[in-house]
Design a protein around this ligand. Structure first.
Ligand SMILES: Nc1ncnc2c1ncn2[C@@H]1O[C@H](COP(=O)(O)OP(=O)(O)OP(=O)(O)O)[C@@H](O)[C@H]1O
Ligand SMILES: [Mg+2]
Length: 261
């Protein structure tokens, strides 16, 4: 299928702290690619580098054959990379539909002046955003919540709304930072199905997750980080059998109770 996202020797230093050190990764088109590692391993920092929120201290990021090292997040988003954040970033007092609409701003061209003067361009953009947002909600099965305030929804549904908003970019790849965190087992199962469906619909997924059951069942390829470095990469079977991975997790009992199932 071909490589969609690749990092080469990526590093990010915060002063003396090597948060990410020489990480190579290859995400192929069609993957559900997992990133795991103990707390503070550098997973979110690595996502921030891939999506342009941090420039790498060293190294290269190639997305869809473009070198995007140091490119701004909005430009990377326009190239087709969407992401969600570790903490839910919805507008709690806005409806689900309005939240999804905010994801489309990058696709429209109206200026503030257009909005004030209600120009034809503004009206056309508004119509487009409304239609597309309704379409996205339908696609992900959230139409019935369109008018509900995001903050009033169950946690698991809020996570899906965030992903729906990310789809507004019409991405080829979606980066999800701990989408199952804080979910109960039913919500986690439903999220797993949801992500599988998105993948079947053609989206390549990269997901950071602590829930090992989730990762081992959903991902075809897994990268393991520990203290900023890659300690293993491969299929769930390879990762499960790796001695260094067991050391990283069980050596210090960091995520006791969430074993490599
Ligand atoms: N902006 C920053 N400035 C300084 N240090 C940072 C910054 N962001 C992250 N760090 C440090 O970099 C290291 C990696 O953090 P990061 O958030 O990437 O880990 P993580 O693997 O996502 O952890 P978690 O599983 O807890 O989310 C940590 O030691 C963290 O304190
Ligand atoms: Mg993190």
């Amino acid at each position: 299928m071909g490589t969609l996202l690749e990092t080469q020797n990526v590093c990010k230093y915060f002063g003396g702290l090597k948060a990410v050190e020489n990480v190579d990764m290859k995400v192929e088109k069609g993957d559900i690619f997992g990133i795991i590692g103990p707390n503070g391993a550098g997973k979110t920092t690595f996502f921030n580098i891939c999506s342009g929120f941090y420039a790498p201290t060293h190294g290269k990021i190639i997305f869809n054959n473009n070198d995007i090292s140091g490119v701004s997040p909005d430009k990377i988003a326009r190239l087709g990379m969407a992401r969600t954040f570790q903490n839910i970033q919805l507008f709690k007092y806005m409806s689900v539909l309005d939240n999804v609409k905010t994801g489309f701003h990058i696709k429209t061209e109206s200026t503030m002046t257009d909005a004030i003067l209600h120009t034809n361009r503004y009206k056309k953009d508004k119509e487009y955003v409304n239609e597309k947002s309704i379409e996205v909600l339908k696609k992900v099965g959230l139409s019935k919540y369109a008018e509900t305030k995001a903050g009033n929804l169950a946690y698991g549904i809020q996570r899906k709304v965030e992903i729906a908003r990310a789809l507004a970019l019409d991405p080829t790849i979606i980066l999800l930072d701990e989408p199952a965190a804080g979910m109960n087992p039913n919500e986690t199962d439903s999220l797993r199905e949801f992500i599988k469906q998105l993948n079947e619909d053609g989206y390549t997924i990269v997901v950071i997750e602590h829930d090992m059951k989730f990762v081992m069942r959903s991902c075809n390829q897994i990268l393991v980080l520990s203290f900023g470095q890659k300690i293993c990469e491969g299929t769930p079977e390879i990762v499960k059998a790796d001695e260094q991975v067991h050391q990283a997790y069980f050596g210090k009992g960091i995520i006791a109770g969430k074993g490599l199932q």
